[in-house]
Write a protein that binds this ligand. Structure first.
Ligand code: SF4
Ligand code: SF4
Length: 738
């Protein structure tokens, strides 16, 4: 060992020792913070699915590759990081000896080839990512930049380190080539040979370059260890467990759909026994999120994909799912010293720690602990109420998040506490909640008018109990029974089912609201009350049938989601389909035959609770495709897609009980969506949800375009094609004045 190698070895050992000590301390701190969260036993089952999903989403980058260029570049950088960690390890042998290399695999041609090419593609990948970050700088693009609100120096720092480490790898190899200590042929390592041909024959160059590479890598480790909230770096490690523990590991996409039940101490809360002095009602303090919630906040990479898709953020509202997650993360870590000392409030609001326990806690942590979780700027709140109530629960953020952060569950958990304990929510939604409690529907319509939509049809609509048998229970929904436009859809569906010879029956006055708006606003009490009543009614209607024969068809995606995905939490197991799925099947099997083409072009708006939450993308398109060309079209022949469609569809603004709240801030979401729909030039905007229909109709009328553009349900489009005027007669009911 020469004198240069003695110095490089000592320096490499010293900086590594400091970095590893700091990293161990940082990991222990993060684990301690995450363990502050509440238990969640539901995250440990189905280990095979969890492992498969984690491998597919990390190694396969299945979520990231939707953003193709960024996804591909990030894949090479990620693989580069993992594989080239071996080269950092190799550098420890090279600081000791210029001819050193990894034992066993060092010198193996395949290892040289793979690392060479991953290094080259890693450089290309990181340069692409740096270019994307630079061209999307918030100071250039403002709110349109997905990096607005991200800590930019951290992103630049991480990317610069990756680039520098990759370059140093080629410099080390170059010096080995120049000093004739390189084992790999030119065909296996062309860039290393090219670099080597330009370098001097300096043997210690290998050890010095290796020391620089180690120093850069360890500086990175030191910086991230001193910044445990630096998600852009820590996600390299945290993404694996965060994806492994996702809410529905085997489900396609992001696993949206059902909301998590309200939990207390790891168990679902039953309102017949719940006690607010003993049980946790939603989330009032950051430590009341589960450990998975705290892991979510720690894992955020600040990439801003969620923000770029959020309808609230895109229409000028204060909610950004990214900034919400970052606020919760920063608050959790700032408050952690107080909590770890034994601090915290019990369920009656009393301090748990003694004065002695808190005596040595940092004043900043004590001050952080005093902040209300929800509160405006004056109250020093972590999350502003306008942020909390802007969410439509559309799921665009969850769908886009590459590390499976579950924003919607966290938002609803915070709403639950505000509604159930603080009675604090937008006052206009109070009418809807009172109507649900007193009348069983959000409009407050009399229950005995639930069947009014059947009047004037030229066939009998059977009620459950009046018929011997039925294949489908037609769940009409409150909108479908009481709202004028939705009633047209209900009539159209009933007519089509009758036409196709499907045996169905309705509950009529036995139906009440599914409870979706109560649950999304956070009123789990009203939700459980309505849901239990409906589950009882439905169980009675299907008595003696196995699950596969407990079939329900629903026209409202919110009912479809709640009945199919959430009633199981209360003992109601049913096979629920959306009407577009059933209609697509009836067309495909020849039970319904479209004959009349649709004029003027058709576009389709994916309802969030049908598309993203339940991944029903194809059936409505198949129905429309068959109708557009009067039965001669292909699967979706002739449909004009909006730029934001399917998984990336833009919300209409009504979900998350926003239908029942005023939209006072920013541009109206429905107007934004209507402008997009009208930009296609289509004369018909087809929808598959009564709330979307209301919102988009309002948007079209607000723009004074009611004469040029019609917003109408997929079922009505099909009915016009199957039974053209005048054969259709009264089935759709009287036209609604626009
Ligand atoms: S669910 Fe939709 S509205 Fe709510 S934060 Fe996510 S993207 Fe925004
Ligand atoms: S998409 Fe996920 S990782 Fe990216 S900023 Fe949003 S929450 Fe964070």
């Amino acid at each position: 060992m020469g004198s240069v190698q003695i110095v490089t070895t000592i320096l490499a050992a010293a900086i590594t020792a400091v970095a590893v000590w700091l990293a161990v301390r940082a990991v222990m701190k993060m684990v301690a913070v995450i363990r502050l969260g509440q238990p969640d036993p539901s995250r440990f089952g189905d280990q095979v699915s969890r492992t498969k999903t984690m491998l597919a989403e990390t190694a396969g980058h299945t979520r990231m590759l939707r953003w193709s260029v960024v996804g591909a570049a990030h894949w090479f950088v990620m693989v580069g990081f993992i594989v080239l960690s071996l080269l950092v390890l190799e550098a420890y042998f090279e600081v000791v000896s210029p001819t050193g290399g990894l034992p066993l695999i060092g010198g193996w041609g395949l290892y040289g080839l793979v690392t060479e090419w991953i290094g080259i593609l890693g450089i290309v990948g990181i340069v692409v990512l740096i270019a994307i970050r630079l061209t999307n700088r918030p100071n250039r693009a403002g709110r349109r930049s997905r990096f607005t609100g991200s800590t930019m120096w951290q992103g630049y720092f991480v990317e610069a380190v990756v680039l520098a480490v990759l370059i140093m790898g080629f410099l080390i190899r170059g010096f080995k080539v120049a000093t004739d200590h390189f084992e790999y042929p030119t065909w296996a390592a062309p860039l290393s040979h090219a670099v080597g041909s330009a370098l001097p024959n300096w043997e210690s160059g290998v050890s010095v370059a290796a020391l620089i590479k180690i120093a850069i890598s360890m500086t990175w480790l030191i910086v991230i260890s001193l910044n445990v909230t630096m998600g852009v770096a820590w996600h390299r490690f945290l993404a694996f467990p965060n994806i492994y523990f996702k809410r529905k590991p085997g489900a396609a996409g992001s696993g949206l759909g059902p909301l998590r039940p309200m939990m207390s101490d790891g168990k679902p809360l039953d309102f017949e026994e719940a006690d607010p002095e003993k049980d946790q009602f939603g989330v009032a303090h950051v430590e009341q999120f589960t450990w998975k919630g705290l892991l979510d906040f720690s894992t955020c990479t600040e990439c801003g994909r969620c923000q770029s898709q959020c309808p609230a953020w895109n229409t000028g509202k204060p909610l950004s799912p990214k900034l919400l997650v970052l606020s919760l993360r920063d608050h959790a870590y700032a408050k952690a010293p107080y909590l770890l000392a034994g601090g915290g409030k019990d369920l009656t609001g009393e301090e748990k720690a003694t004065a002695a326990q808190l005596a040595h806690v940092d004043v900043l942590a004590l001050a952080e602990a005093e902040k209300p979780l929800i509160g405006d700027a004056e109250a020093g709140g972590v999350i502003d109420p306008d942020v909390l109530w802007s969410c439509t629960t559309c799921g665009a953020c969850v769908e886009q998040c590459p590390v499976d952060i579950e924003h919607v569950d966290h938002i609803v958990d915070m709403r639950r506490y505000q509604v159930l304990i603080e009675s604090s929510f937008p006052s206009e939604a109070g009418v809807m909640l009172r109507n649900l409690e007193n009348k069983g529907n959000p409009w407050g319509a009399p229950q005995n008018t639930r069947e009014d939509w059947t009047k004037g049809l030229d066939f009998e609509v059977p009620r459950v109990g009046e018929v011997e048998d039925f294949e489908y229970l037609f769940w009409v929904g409150c909108a479908g029974a009481f709202e004028d436009r939705a009633k047209k859809t209900t009539r159209a569906v009933a007519t089509l089912l009758n036409e196709a010879g499907v045996s169905f029956a309705i509950l009529g006055e036995g139906e009440t609201c599914s409870g979706d708006p109560a649950r999304r606003i956070g009123n789990e009490f009203v939700f459980q009350m309505l849901a239990q009543q409906n589950v009882e009614t439905l169980n009675e209607a299907f008595e003696g049938r196995e699950k596969a024969k407990r079939k329900i068809v629903a026209t409202c995606p919110h009912c479809f989601n709640t009945l199919g995905n959430e009633y199981g939490q209360l003992g109601g197991e049913f096979e629920v389909v959306h009407h577009t799925q059933l209609l697509a099947h009836l067309v495909a099997t020849g039970k319904l035959t479209p004959v009349q083409p649709v004029d003027g072009g058709v576009t389709y708006h994916d309802p969030c609770y049908l598309g993203r939450h339940n991944r029903v993308f194809a059936p409505p398109r198949e129905v429309l495709g068959s109708a557009i060309n009067g039965g001669t079209g292909g699967a979706d022949g002739g449909l004009i897609e909006m730029p934001r469609n399917s998984e990336r569809s833009f919300c209409c603004g009504a979900g998350g009980a926003r239908m029942w709240m005023e939209e006072r801030i920013g541009k109206r979401i429905n107007v934004d969506r209507v402008e997009e729909a009208m930009s296609t030039g289509a004369k018909t905007v087809a929808v598959g949800c009564p709330f979307c229909s209301t919102m988009l109709n309002d948007g079209v009328n607000g723009k004074g375009a009611g004469e040029q553009v019609e917003v109408v349900d997929v079922a009505s489009v099909l009915l016009r094609s199957v039974k053209p005027e005048p054969a259709r007669g009264a089935e759709e009911g009287e036209p609604v004045a626009r």
